[in-house]
Design a protein around this ligand. Structure first.
Ligand code: PBG
Length: 317
């Protein structure tokens, strides 16, 4: 049954198609700005005009959509660039809508790109130490989700890992006549070394401490199921596991216990390692990428957020 491509195709259990891939993009202020990201070959920060170009490319490649991250030049303690109705993601969303592209857009909802301290929520003093304040962060995250939904986001995706943020966002959207906008929660997001290049791309490395106080311990899988359950109870419509490769078991377990769509984020570090391996001639990039993405699908992900999306789509046709 493996002797020819025809036989292998008949026996194939897992399909990988462009529409299952979501391309992450980084929005910066200005016009005509195109800043390649050194740690992520082939990925750039673009101003809104360039993001519209990427949207056209994503549409032409038949991708499932785009996920947008803002990289502002001004940051403050409360991440006000993120909650602004005229923030980078809303601006890019409006421009994409104006270009009348039938392309699904996802707004990443998190304060870390917009705060001067680089944490995903607001900071306060707890028992004499600087800490992220969970409950105080919720209204800001809800405000950011609202600004993105109003600007036309098809999906909002909170990636901050504060407890209760899905409920807070759901309530804020519902009271603003945006009850139709679904929430994709980064439900099981681990405190991972594989986010390194992203933090460089988004300028979002924490100025003090780390994210282990709110992101998950890589040692835990059962806890991921509890996180998924909590987010679904709060009104999440889809759930995500992140990173993907070191957590294929978690993707499979989440797939087993839920009937909603499951996404997986093939993160910046996973991308950068493949690129570095290919550049030094250690692996064949095309084969490695398609094998990795197929594995994430085989584990149970319905769709995959990946910086390889455009290349993979090209290789799949
Ligand atoms: C937080 C966020 C992060 C990523 C997506 N959303 C970084 C973090 O938690 O530090 C990582 C994505 C990647 O590494 O590709 N807004």
């Amino acid at each position: 049954m493996r002797r020819s491509e025809g036989l292998r195709r008949l026996a194939r259990e897992t399909r990988l198609t462009p529409e299952q891939l979501i391309l992450p993009v980084f929005v910066v202020p200005g016009r005509g700005v195109h800043q390649p990201i050194a740690s992520m070959p082939g990925v750039s920060r673009r101003s809104v005009d360039g993001i519209v170009e990427q949207a056209h490319a994503a549409k032409a490649a038949g991708l499932g959509g785009l996920i947008l991250f803002g990289v502002p030049d001004q940051k403050d303690a409360r991440g006000s660039g993120g909650t602004s109705a005229d923030g980078l993601i809303p601006q890019a969303l409006r421009a994409i809508k104006e270009a009348v592209l039938d392309l699904t857009t996802i707004a990443d909802v998190c304060l870390c790109e917009y705060t001067d301290h680089g944490h995903c929520g607001v900071i306060g003093t707890v028992a004499g130490a600087q800490e992220v304040l969970n409950d105080e962060s919720l209204p800001l995250l809800a405000e950011m989700a609202l600004a993105c939904a109003k600007a036309g986001a098809d999906i909002v995706a909170p990636s901050d890992m504060m407890d209760g943020r899905v409920a807070a966002i759901r309530a804020r959207l519902d009271e603003s006549q945006l009850s139709h906008v679904p929430i994709l929660s980064y439900a099981a997001k681990y405190a991972s070394a594989f986010y390194g290049p992203f933090r460089d791309a988004a300028g979002s490395a924490p100025a003090f401490g780390d994210r282990r106080g709110y992101q998950m311990d890589p040692a835990n899988a059962r806890e991921a199921l509890a996180e998924v359950e909590a987010d679904l109870d709060e009104g999440a419509d889809m759930v995500m596991v992140k990173p993907a490769l070191a957590y294929l078991d978690v993707i499979a377990r989440v797939r087993d216990v839920t009937r909603v769509p499951v996404a997986a984020y093939n993160v910046s570090g996973e991308y950068a390692l493949v690129k570095a391996g290919a550049a030094s001639g250690l692996i064949d990039e095309r084969r490695a990428v398609l094998e990795i993405l197929t594995s994430i699908r085989r584990a149970g992900a319905d769709f995959i957020l990946t910086y390889h999306a455009l290349d993979a789509a090209r290789w799949l046709i």
